[in-house]
Design a protein around this ligand. Structure first.
Ligand code: B16
Ligand code: MG
Length: 208
C-alpha cells in the first residue's frame, strides 16, 4: 500500500446506505408529486441534505418557503432513519470487513470522511464506531462536498498531509472534493471524472 492513510466515504463506499437515501427521498417526492428518479439521485451523492433538496426541487412547479423546505428535509430524514433502524453489522460485506482488516494489519491509518450527519449512527449500527483512527462527518463541517473540508479535516486528524492519503469515493462531488484538497482518489461505481485509480470492487484497494 503506497498510502500512509486512507479516507473512506461512507454512503455508497463502506455500506449501501446510498439506496436508503434514494428510497427516503422517493417517499417524500411521491407524496409531493415531484418527479424524482435514479438519474436525479446520482446528483445527490455526497451532497448535503439541504443542497440535495434544492436539486430535487428544480423539478417542482410549486415554490416552497424556507420553513416548508426545512420540514421536507426533516421528513426525508425521518424516512431515512426508519430505513436505517433494522441495519446491523450484517449489512457490512465480508469484502469490506476483510479489506479493512488487511489495511489495518499493514498499519495504514484509516478514516471516514462523510457528508452525512447520520454517520455516527450508521457506524454504531455497523459496529465500526471505534474502528477508525478518525471520523469526520456532516456534523463537523460547514461546507459539504465538493468542498475539500471534510477530507482536509480527516487528514489533519490522522496527522498526515493530503499527499500521503488516498480518498475512496463513489460520488462526483466527492471526487471533486478530493482533487480540490490535493488528494489522490480511488473511485467506485459510475464516477465519470478522471481519477487516479478506478476500482471495480472494494478489495481492489489491496492492489495499490
Ligand atoms: P444526511 P457520504 C452523503 O454521505 C450522501 O451521499 C448524500 O446522499 C447525503 O445527502 C449526505 O450524506 C447527507 O446525509 O442527510 O444523512 O446528513 O456519501 O458523504 O457518506
Ligand atoms: Mg458516497
Amino acid at each position: 500500500m503506497k498510502y500512509a492513510g486512507i479516507i473512506f466515504d461512507l454512503d455508497g463506499v463502506l455500506c449501501s446506505t446510498d439506496e436508503y437515501h434514494y428510497r427516503a427521498w422517493k417517499m417524500l417526492t411521491d407524496r409531493l408529486g415531484i418527479p424524482f428518479d435514479r438519474k436525479v439521485n446520482e446528483r445527490l451523492r455526497g451532497v448535503s441534505r439541504m443542497e440535495s433538496l434544492e436539486i430535487i426541487l428544480e423539478k417542482s412547479v410549486q415554490k416552497y418557503s424556507n420553513e416548508e423546505k426545512q420540514r421536507f428535509a426533516e421528513e426525508k430524514n425521518e424516512n431515512y432513519r426508519k430505513l436505517l433502524s433494522s441495519m446491523s453489522s450484517a449489512d457490512l460485506s465480508a469484502e469490506v470487513v476483510d479489506t479493512l482488516g488487511n489495511l489495518r494489519a499493514q498499519k495504514v491509518k484509516l478514516a471516514v470522511g462523510s457528508s452525512s450527519c447520520n454517520a455516527p449512527l450508521i457506524l454504531k449500527k455497523l459496529e465500526l464506531d471505534s474502528f477508525f483512527d478518525a471520523v469526520v462527518d456532516g456534523n463537523d463541517i460547514i461546507h459539504s462536498k465538493p468542498s475539500p473540508e471534510v477530507f482536509l479535516k480527516a487528514a489533519e486528524r490522522l496527522k498526515l498531509p493530503p499527499s500521503q492519503c488516498l480518498v475512496v469515493e463513489d460520488a462526483e462531488a466527492g471526487v471533486q472534493a478530493a482533487a480540490a484538497g490535493g488528494f489522490d482518489c480511488a473511485a467506485l461505481g459510475r464516477v465519470q471524472q478522471p481519477v487516479r485509480w478506478r476500482m471495480k470492487t472494494f478489495s481492489d484497494l489491496l492492489k495499490l
